[in-house]
Design a binder for this molecule. Sequence first.
Ligand SMILES: Cc1cc2nc3c(=O)[nH]c(=O)nc-3n(C[C@H](O)[C@H](O)[C@H](O)COP(=O)(O)OP(=O)(O)OC[C@H]3O[C@@H](n4cnc5c(N)ncnc54)[C@H](O)[C@@H]3O)c2cc1C
Length: 557
Amino acid sequence: MTDTPDPRFPLLGVEERRRALHFTSSAPRRFPAGAPLFAAGDRDSPAFLILEGTVEVTVRGTDGGDATLVEHGPGSITGEVGQLAGHPALATGRAGPRGCLAAAFDADHLRALIVGSADIGEKVMHAFVSRRTTMIGRGTGATIVGSAHTPEVQRVQRFLSRNGYPHTLLDTENDTDAGELVERLVTDDALLPLVVCPNGTVLNGPTDAEIGIALGLTPTLDPTACHDVVIVGAGPAGLATAVYAASEGLSVLIVDAHSFGGQAGASNRIENYLGFPAGITGQALTGRAFTQAQKFGAQIAIPIDVSHIQCGGPSRDRTIPITLQTSTGIALTTRAVVIATGARYRRPPIHDLARYESTAVSYWASAIEAEECRGTTALLVGGGNSAGQAAVYLAPHLEQLHVIIRGEGLHTSMSRYLVERIADLPNVHVHTRSEVVALRGPIQGYFQATVRHRSTDVLTEYGISRLFSFIGADPNTAWLSECAVAVDDHGFILTGAATSHANPVTSVDRRAPLETSVPGIFAVGDVRAGSTKRVAAAVGDGAAVVAQLHAYYATNL
Ligand SMILES: Cc1cc2nc3c(=O)[nH]c(=O)nc-3n(C[C@H](O)[C@H](O)[C@H](O)COP(=O)(O)OP(=O)(O)OC[C@H]3O[C@@H](n4cnc5c(N)ncnc54)[C@H](O)[C@@H]3O)c2cc1C
């Protein structure tokens, strides 16, 4: 029997090494035994192709000691997906007992190798993605110290999970060492959780923005740079725009207020996206797109909220760049903008909802929520496909799930395959012509939900551990209120011919199909009026808008 090679650790053959050496950022260098090639937390640390000797890669364990991840030998390349963007290293690499000879590839040269040499690029990309996946599985990376039941810990977990950043939780409720550590170091609960970065830096009760900076998810942006295009929103539409634009040589910056993936990233199984007959999680699908965008050199900055566009309106001077104001205070300058800010979940009109929102109400259903609710009874509001997917995903974890819908039945609003799956789940109970009107009781543990039957007015009480809500979404366009980009009555952005109603233009000045009422500002995906609210449609918009960007640059700048 032959051993199947481990795709995480491919070896380049002699001829491949020779070709790879054309792309190095510096000449091969000899490292004596034990000398560091890179250290966890180092920014812009290159990947290394090992030519002679070995490199031992270690990570710091939760006990503070070093754990060996792998020993690279000749033909192996160190690194993982973070190296594509110059993100801080997650591990430390030292020359083995007989030293090593290694050639470095900084982020630019690494991407040039991957794009310029397709066969080597395929091996390296497979290796990097599967190494990151392994690290996520092992929890190698950041360590969160705090109580798993607190909203703050769950927020940090969610932020890191959604951004594909490996982490582990030391739950102070179960781990006595962690509990003692917190007692010693933290005097104020507001400073929890602790987040220990791979380089040992400890953050006390950090915001998502502070974590993003400390872990290198948010790069240092150059305020003097003028990008070809800034894409606002890293959901499927924004990521597709980034992949196509960067692969066609444009300088691309993509920013997102929370994480890559957008709404799709919250989907536990997308079954209708072309090419994935077994379905794929939204996180996996958009994680691939995120890595792909980085491979082509798109710069990605998360979490950064764009709060305002200074654009000069429909008759703006197209030779003057557009400025975007961000939550970091940095203004971004660009020749064109693609708005891909998608939509945001709608809040159900339930009395006292706000009191429960930080602890017991979810607008998504991830593994974290499923684990939190394991073996309990929960209630889910909504009858669309996202509600159906969530019900199918959650049901095996729950004792009972009550699905509350206002309509006559699921068949009018949900795909047939989901309706059939729900019908097969014995612990899912669908309540038609019903609505949740009030929540009562403690905000943690079991509380009461009052459900009203809309025809009979009969009120029924359910003891539940969590309320899930999937009742649709509104466009993320409030931030455009001071800008002249025209929107429809529901706030979705008008593009192409539709802009002429809001803002009559001459035939000479006609907008491209995905261009807004303001020249040089484009809109794609769910945020666009009239778009089909599906991943494939958002991705299609992303591909199409790049051709329109080229046409815009050719005629206007
Ligand atoms: C639970 C769920 C399941 C779904 N399942 C499916 C499915 O099975 N099949 C399917 O085809 N579709 C599905 N959809 C719909 C699909 O996810 C959306 O159509 C798609 O995600 C739209 O992509 P988008 O990029 O246009 O917007 P979004 O995915 O909404 O992404 C927008 C991004 O913009 C960011 N953003 C917003 N405002 C700002 C700002 N001011 N500054 C910076 N960033 C900002 C947000 O953080 C977000 O990441 C599902 C949706 C949900 C919620």
